[in-house]
Design a protein. Structure first.
Length: 460
């Protein structure tokens, strides 16, 4: 299997050729071939010979602007351990002959300095017979991949069936060829870690043991495996079961209430307890286990199990009341569901070809977006149809509905984890539907409250 990437060279052609011709990466120049020089191992000569035809093409130009592109740089990367260097080099030569027809100057170098063998191919932008410029449209890379796949099959190598046109890292592309993907493997590892853990620290320690770092930045929990991932992945992009709140619920095997607390409002008493100030209640505090706290930089997130009874003390240490976690929203900020959750659409696969599958997937995504927009518009229409006196109760009822539906989502997440614990399939589809429903309610609420705030400012 080979992965194809293409770049353009607009200046310093000689430096690009010198880079790919590094003797330390090409077995002392033995893995370099060219059709424009008698000394392929000498990058200076190759660059000079290529430049001769570039200059000749410019002298034959009768109209139009001077060509900006000197050459094209194609990288053909093979799966780790799948091919020998000399075979990869032969495939590269066949490949460049096919895409240029032998009518453009080229040089190819096979490198072995990474865990995967790869070919660097540089070919001139001018046809040495007609002096016309090579036209590289966006579709070229897909034509190159089809040719590369054909040659890989010819040499008994694997290929990626129905490749995605979305930009992916080499790691994801190689994993996809084995029926895996970086995100899917990450989700599997997180599921395994949650299955054997009952606290956030235990889960992060389990992930660390398999090379996955977990950290919080802003409003997001992120995961990164430095060995296989080019950059970290936010939990919410993996699905509604991988947000921070969802993972906390899955770890505790019960729904949680998430509170946002200002940094100065938390005092760490010891390794097991933390004291949290209650806003708008002078001197009042609650004491919670430290496991329920997550540091988000400017704020803390508090995750309280729904079955917990929270005891509040006044400034003198006397009992000031007992509350269910949901009742604490009268004092603390609520999390914004839109900010903390992304809903992925896993459409049913349709179509006989890869192009048809991509088309139907796009249509399904558009339909879902229209449904979401329709839900939000209908809620706002209901709000605007009310008399002014009835609008605030409507907003309050919408907020309560969001709390209820978010609680339902949490319970579904707990049920999903319990199913996984018992070896049964999870509830991914049901979770996705409920997550989308909660997001739509939150979007409508945000639009209505923003509109009300602007109206109040204008009427002051």
């Amino acid at each position: 299997m080979a992965i194809i990437k293409i770049n353009v060279i607009r200046q310093t052609l000689n430096k690009a050729i010198a880079y790919i011709s590094d003797w330390g990466k090409t077995r002392n120049g033995m893995q370099i071939s060219t059709n424009c020089s008698a000394t392929p191992w000498d990058p200076k000569n190759v660059a000079e010979d290529m430049q001769i035809n570039l200059d000749a093409a410019e002298s034959h130009r009768n109209n139009g602007r001077p060509g900006e592109v000197l050459a094209y740089h194609v990288i053909q990367s093979f799966a780790p351990g799948e091919v020998q260097p000399f075979v990869a080099h032969d495939i590269g030569v066949e490949f460049v002959e096919r895409i240029t027809g032998g009518e453009y100057d080229y040089v190819i170098a096979t490198h072995e300095d990474r865990d995967h063998i790869h070919n660097h191919i540089i070919f001139s932008s001018v046809n040495r017979t007609t002096w016309k410029r090579y036209r590289s449209q966006k579709r070229r890379v897909w034509e190159y991949r089809e040719i590369s796949d054909e040659l890989c099959r010819k040499h008994g190598l694997s290929v990626i069936e129905n490749p995605s046109r979305k930009r992916q890292s080499l790691g994801e592309l190689y994993a996809g060829a084995d029926g895996r993907s970086t995100k899917q493997m990450l989700m599997n590892e997180i599921d395994k870690a949650v299955a054997g853990s009952f606290s956030w620290k235990a889960m992060t320690d389990s992930l660390k043991a398999v090379g996955i770092d977990t950290f919080v930045k802003g409003n997001n929990v992120l995961f990164l495996n430095p060995q296989t991932m080019g950059k970290s992945i936010r939990g919410k992009t993996l699905g509604p079961s991988f947000t921070e709140a969802a993972l906390q619920a899955r770890l505790g095997r019960q729904a949680v209430t998430e509170l946002v607390v200002q940094k100065q409002g938390v005092s760490l008493l010891d390794t097991e307890r933390a004291r949290v100030k209650v806003p708008w209640k002078r001197g009042h505090t609650i004491t919670i286990p430290r496991d329920y706290l997550t540091d988000h930089g400017a704020t803390w997130r508090v995750f309280l199990p729904e079955t917990m009874t929270v005891t509040m003390l006044d400034g003198k240490g006397n009992l000031a009341g007992q509350y269910e976690p949901q009742q604490l929203y009268q004092f603390y900020s609520r999390p914004d569901v839109l900010r903390d959750m992304t809903v992925r659409t896993d459409a049913t696969r349709r179509g006989k070809t890869a192009a048809q599958e991509r088309y139907f997937k796009h249509i399904d995504k558009e339909v879902e977006a229209l449904r979401d927009e329709g839900t939000i518009i209908n809620l706002m229409a209901d709000y605007h149809a009310l008399d002014t006196d009835a609008q605030q109760p409507f907003v309050d009822a919408l907020a309560a509905r969001i709390d209820h539906e978010a609680g339902q989502l949490q319970r579904l997440q707990v049920g999903h984890q319990q199913a996984l614990d018992s070896g049964r399939p999870g509830k991914s589809d049901e979770l996705a539907r409920q997550a989308r429903h909660v997001r739509n309610l939150q979007a409508a609420y945000n639009k209505i409250t923003k509109e009300r705030t602007l109206h109040e400012r204008r009427t002051r």
